[in-house]
Design a protein around this ligand. Structure first.
Ligand SMILES: [Zn+2]
Length: 109
């Protein structure tokens, strides 16, 4: 389910946000961006697999640990396992068809 909102995004770093069952995009043209949509669909899948709430707990915990470790917001974000999986596979339109359950785990090795 796609929602559009300019006001949710502060700064220019992020264009999309996924909170199951919604993908929130900064502007309407982004819905045509297959890479962005694929990236966000990977997050939808991760959220469902972790029963939603555990995804956000895990995401925030990992982000906090990374922030402590790297002292850099963007670096901390890119080092979250869920983001590593999404960035590594966003260009593959068939990724979600072949992905294994809890596929993000392999990005923690
Ligand atoms: Zn992401």
């Amino acid at each position: 389910m796609l929602i559009f909102s300019k006001y949710l995004f502060i700064g220019k770093s992020f264009n999309a946000l996924t909170i199951w069952p919604f993908i929130i995009l900064r502007d309407k043209e982004l819905k045509l961006d297959r890479v962005v949509i694929n990236h966000e669909k990977i997050h939808l899948k991760q959220q469902v697999e972790l029963l939603w709430i555990f995804y956000f707990i895990w995401y925030l915990a990992e982000f906090s640990i990374n922030l402590f470790r790297y002292r850099d917001i963007m670096k901390s974000y890119y080092h979250i396992g869920f983001e590593k999986e999404a960035y590594a596979n966003e260009f593959d339109p068939d990724y979600l068809k072949k992905r294994k359950f809890w596929g993000f785990l392999k990005y923690y090795k």
